[in-house]
Design a protein around this ligand. Structure first.
Ligand code: CAA
Length: 381
């Protein structure tokens, strides 16, 4: 077992940390205040310029030839400062690009995955529906073959990057009688007729990211945009989410680390009762717990990422990393606000935003209760 990063991984970490310092940090509070994705989208495109939107993909497909450990490191650095950019990034790489790269035929990969990997196009993933949230197999969207096209109808919700993304992986029932084995996955281009963005969600956190409701009314999707084969959609969704959960776990660990470091530095400066509050044993012990929790979270994320890199099964390690890291994000950000007292509650400091951002990490890409379902399924097998 080797806990040391390679030079290449160290380089990615430094590249992202410098980018965050130079281009992301200054405007993060304002972007959250404005609840506007446009500037986040520009930063996402900048990540493309730096080759980071194709970080874990091979060079022959336009990627950086990196690995998922590097992807996790990039996630830590981005999310320490800006979780809105962090989720847009993770969704692009893990949910929007990976299923096409993994399940697409060569033509689909060249046409759709390569521009996503090169950062020329942005990706999204449309699985969740009003009546199919945690129970993602209960899809009511339909896809009916009509000559050379599938006709898609139905509603998708909570779709991150939607309305800005160019390419969507969309799930719909091709044969309802077969249950989850009747779900299929399609590549849908933003401009297909009938593919409409009908509502932009107002949220508690990650307010500078975008999530939209999509209404599909007789969307004609060319037959050649079916991913894999009919009935493979649920497997595509589940395996895609296994990787996505590594990204969200990295997000949780990154948010936790950002809140821990900020509140630690504050307590070293804040004088009460004649000395920095960090010198109070209660606060020193709290910081010790936070530092340890952040370290555990990061190690769990890196372990899951390494499982994926080594082509070992990673469904369970990704679920465990997501569970631990996102619960750590919530607990650490609440503690960070508490350590800073009234000041922590003000928008003058980032920890209140981090606390709001942390909440969704326990919910999306499978609630943490769903992660426990996945883990318990494995331990009870
Ligand atoms: N890998 C491969 N196959 C898998 C799998 C996995 N991880 N998980 C399940 N499967 C297969 C099973 O093996 C089974 O196949 P067989 O019948 O051939 O054995 C089939 O899929 C059905 O499995 P289950 O019976 O376990 O399925 P289920 O209907 O009980 O659902 C679930 C399982 C884990 C609860 C799943 O529905 C789930 O993960 N729900 C959460 C959905 C989710 O994460 N949504 C997030 C949306 S994306 C998002 O949040 C985007 C964003 O903007 C950030």
């Amino acid at each position: 077992m080797n806990f040391a990063l390679t030079q290449k991984q160290e380089d990615v970490k430094k590249l992202v940390a410098n980018f965050v310092q130079d281009e992301v940090a200054a405007g993060v509070a304002q972007r959250d205040e404005d609840e506007n994705f446009e500037p986040t989208y520009k930063l996402l495109r900048r990540l493309g310029d730096l080759g980071l939107l194709g970080l874990p993909y091979p060079k022959e497909y336009g990627g950086a030839g990196g690995d998922y450990v590097s992807y996790a490191l990039a996630g830590f650095e981005l999310n320490k400062v800006d979780a809105s950019l962090g989720v847009s990034y993770s969704v692009h790489i893990s949910l929007g690009t990976w299923p096409i790269f993994e399940y697409g035929n060569e033509e689909q990969k060249q046409k759709y995955a390569v521009p996503l990997i090169k950062g020329e196009k942005i990706g999204a993933f449309a699985l969740t529906e009003p009546n199919a949230g945690s129970d993602s197999g209960a899809s009511e969207c339909t896809a009916v073959l009509d000559g050379d096209h599938y006709i898609l109808n139905g509603t998708k919700i909570f779709c991150t990057n939607a309305s800005y993304a160019d390419t969507y992986v969309v799930f719909a029932m091709t044969d309802k009688s077969k249950g989850v084995k009747g779900i299929s996955a399609f590549i849908v281009e933003k401009d297909y007729e009938g593919f409409q963005f009908v509502k932009e969600e107002k949220k508690c956190g990650i307010r500078a990211s975008i999530q939209c409701e999509i209404l599909m009314e007789n969307v004609r999707v060319p037959k050649e945009n079916l991913l894999g084969k009919e009935g493979l959609g649920f497997k595509i969704a589940m395996t895609t989410l296994d990787g996505g959960r590594i990204g969200i776990a990295a997000q949780g660990a990154g948010i936790a680390e950002g809140a821990y470091e900020y509140s630690r530095d504050y307590t070293k400066e804040r004088i009460q009762f004649g000395k920095p509050i960090a010198k109070q044993q209660h606060i020193g012990f709290k910081l010790a717990e936070m530092a340890t929790d952040v370290e555990i979270a990061k190690l769990m994320v890196l372990r899951a990422a390494e499982d994926k890199d080594a082509h070992r099964p990673y469904t369970v390690s990704a679920a465990q990393a997501k569970l631990i890291a996102t619960d750590t994000a919530m607990k650490t950000t609440v503690d960070a606000v508490q350590l800073m007292g009234g000041h922590g509650f003000l928008r003058d400091h980032p920890v209140e935003r981090m606390m709001r951002d942390a909440k969704i990490t326990q919910i999306y890409e499978g609630t943490n209760e769903i992660q426990k379902l996945v883990i318990s399924g494995a331990v009870l097998r």
